[in-house]
Design a protein around this ligand. Sequence first.
Ligand SMILES: [Zn+2]
Length: 413
Amino acid sequence: MEIKNLRVNGTRLQESLEEMAKIGATPNGGVQRLTLSDEDKRARDLFVEWLKEMDLEITIDEMGSIFGKREGKNNDLAPVMSGSHIDSQPKGGRFDGILGVMGALEVLRTIHERKIETERPIVIVDWTNEEGSRFAPAMVASGVWAGALDRDWVYKRTDISGKRFVDELERIGYKGTVPAEKWPVHAYYEYHIEQGPVLEQEGKIIGAPKGILCLHWYDVYLEGEANQVGPTPMEGRHDALCAASEMILKVNELPAKMGGNMVSTVGEIQNYPNSRNIIPDKVHFTVDIRSWDDDLALKAWEEVKKDFEEIAKRRGCPIRNEETWRVEHSPFDQKLVQKVLDTADELGYPALHMVSGAGHDASYMNQIAPTAMIFVPSIGGRSHVEVENTKWEDCEAGANVLLHTILQSAMEV
Ligand SMILES: [Zn+2]
């Protein structure tokens, strides 16, 4: 059989995804596999079991990322790498992340059963904590691996109950001994759902993002003055939640004010003591600003910070801002992006050149190796929610594009 006629087994891919969706399944059809939780561990165990069936060389690094390597004819050549993440959002979907891991697995299974020899080794990867919802920030394992983040800083990050990243990593048995350090990579492909509505609206099956928007995260802490709500007059109150409310709307108005291609969001808030008859004296909320233009995103933060300070002063609620995390926008490798578009074309799938609004491990990989992504449509553009869905035939189509892009790169000498 000619390699160009090779296709993945769509049924087997569906079965792997359905098997994974059982781990941490939520009542409304989603999954909750928070990073380094028991569910994350169970999904990792299953993944490792599947890697073993193909006799891959398995390594787990000190960030808990799992690598499976299939040898090539010449193992001195830099490998082709592909994967994504197994962890999910709280009440997240069944496709985000896991599709890229199961897609790469299906590609390796296809290559394995046909006994295809590639020039270069192929490495499949599951990156720890892509989501960043239990331990902020996101994409920490690929960040440390690529040399952009400090391992010990990540180790000390805590979840909302005060548990440390490193202790949870140890607890689930995935703190490996191999240093989380980059090695040369010939090409990195990450297969993922789009998580937005564009492919569906345009009637396309494959998306090839030219890159990922920059991603800036901030944490805002406000202090107010608690008091009994009944006897305390409205005048002279220092209500931290009211101050936060005004600030949140300023964040929402930011893209319209700044122009250009930008989105900004407050998605998380904690209010203290969170009692109906006490004036709130402490609020924490997050700010997320994304744009293709890094400078515009920075300017936006400076603008909104001024608004924050004015509001905080007027309401007598001292403010503290933390600049938690910044990832620059990532223009992907143009040749690799073109390879994705050409491959989709050869396989007969309508494809679209676009941008990714969501952050991915591919962002950090792009700093050290030629990188591209393959997107498939999200039904209704919904993601990070339980109803997140993608058609099985689209999952298969994306995996076929992944198969042929990986094979092409792995045959290059
Ligand atoms: Zn993801």
